[in-house]
Design a protein around this ligand. Structure first.
Ligand SMILES: [Zn+2]
Length: 232
């Protein structure tokens, strides 16, 4: 009874509108209306041989698989979702995206069971000022559906990079190198690890994290993102 009152009160302050088109949601909808949900720019990478992420990392890092749930479109629904997650820590969005991404991963052909899930870490100063890593809520849901624990402290970001958006592509790439460090730990030896991020653009951040993780003996690495930015 009390909970019901609380949810009614919350609804007054947080009207239940679709994040895509701002129309009010029907009771069965969550975050997005049915129309916007079906209109999401799904990547369907697991159904493609040599998908665009395979191509991006080919020759750079050895991967078991690489996939993305969505294609990133500036000023579109995907940007709204990522923004809400990143700056407002909207857990419902994290849960939705994490669940959808895990379905995508479970459809990988001949999927080798995943042992651990690792998010791209935030620098500790950033974590302190923001108060959370926006990837945690996605990771919790990946963890639940893929039945693999998430490790959030094994990989750390060592340099707070300067405002990356102001830099050009090459400078950003150079800047991202050597920014991550793996904690000495035997638990990843011989395991299949899924490294994930919200958005992959140049791939520099993922590559830099992967180089660290690949220092582990007999590790198998796979990569997933919520959205992949393609140069249109
Ligand atoms: Zn909508």
């Amino acid at each position: 009874m009390i909970l019901e009152h609380l949810s009614n009160i919350l609804e007054l302050f947080y009207p239940n509108d679709c994040i895509g088109c701002t129309r009010s949601l029907s009771k069965n909808d969550n975050i997005l209306c049915t129309h916007c949900f079906h209109d999401l720019p799904y990547a369907y990478y697991t159904q493609q041989e040599n998908n665009p992420l395979d191509q991006l990392f080919f020759g750079k890092i050895p991967l078991e698989f690489a996939t993305s749930l969505l294609i990133f479109q500036p000023k579109g629904i995907v940007q709204n979702l990522i923004h809400e997650l990143k700056y407002n820590n909207n857990q419902k969005i994290g849960a939705l995206l994490g669940t959808l991404l895990s379905q995508e991963i479970l459809s990988v052909k001949n999927l080798k069971p995943i042992d651990y899930i690792i998010p791209v870490p935030l620098h500790k100063n950033k974590l302190k000022s923001r108060g959370y890593n926006q990837l945690t809520s996605i990771g919790n849901n990946l963890s639940k559906h893929l039945k693999a624990p998430m490790l959030e402290n094994i990989l750390t970001k060592v340099n707070a990079s300067e405002t990356q958006t102001k830099k050009n592509k090459l400078a950003r790439w150079e800047n991202a190198k050597h920014n991550f460090q793996i904690q000495k730990n035997d638990s990843l030896k011989g395991k299949h690890v899924l490294l994930f991020d919200d958005v992959i653009t140049t791939g520099a951040t993922i590559e830099s994290c992967a180089i660290e993780l690949l220092k582990t003996q007999n590790i198998t690495l796979s990569i997933a993102s919520i959205a992949h930015t393609i140069n249109f």
